[in-house]
Design a protein. Structure first.
Length: 203
């Protein structure tokens, strides 16, 4: 689970009460021009890049999207595993497509089509799903290389900390560092530090 708080409002409030001292050291004071979101369900201020998922009923750090296929949100702690999931899915589809293709022996006759119609339909479906998964994997890898999320990419104009930023993407630290932080970092990132550091850099 990638949740910041699970279950009821009481659980969420208790979680944040325990984390209050840690937050004070990790999160600098927010500029008055940037209004931090307050979760209408947990009734606490969310850290930067977090979002409450109404389907999962909990807040998610570095929220990317809610995936109906895994029945869970994709966020900071399980996003790398989601990329692994897409990669494995792509390999299985390519393997299935190879097997289906090897079973097809094309002949220009209705008799051949009648006996191979299901195999042919299966192959076409595998091709469609392979294209979808491949495009999804490529789009996620692109967003990861830019250190942005699907939610931020789709809702840029509605997110206060992005609207008020002097930079187009205040979290982008270069492709190599972005990929390193995503795949190799084993601790949670204080996005506020990166945000304010990047926005205070001379242009």
């Amino acid at each position: 689970m990638v949740s910041l708080a699970l279950g009821t409002r009481k659980t969420c409030a208790t979680h944040w009460a325990d984390k209050s001292e840690e937050q004070c050291t990790l999160v600098p004071q927010v500029s008055s021009s940037v209004k931090m979101r307050r979760c209408g369900y947990c009734m606490v201020k969310q850290p930067m890049r977090a979002k409450h998922c109404q389907l999962c009923q909990h807040c998610v750090r570095r929220y990317d999207h809610h995936c109906p296929w895994i029945e869970n949100c994709v966020g900071e702690k399980n996003h790398p595993l989601f990329i692994v999931y897409l990669s494995v899915q792509l390999v299985v589809l390519l393997w299935g497509g190879h097997i289906a293709w090897s079973g097809l022996y094309f002949k220009q006759s209705w008799e051949w089509l009648r006996h191979n119609i299901f195999l042919l339909i299966s192959f076409l479906l595998i091709v469609i799903f392979t294209i979808v998964v491949l495009l999804l994997l490529i789009s996620h890898l692109y967003l990861i290389s830019c250190n942005t999320t699907t939610w931020e990419f789709m809702s840029y104009h509605r997110i206060s900390y992005l609207r008020h930023s002097e930079l187009e993407n205040p979290f982008d630290q270069g492709v190599i560092r972005n990929l390193w932080m995503f795949f190799c970092s084993c601790h949670l990132t204080a996005w506020e530090k990166i945000y304010f550091h990047r926005n205070n850099e001379p242009v």
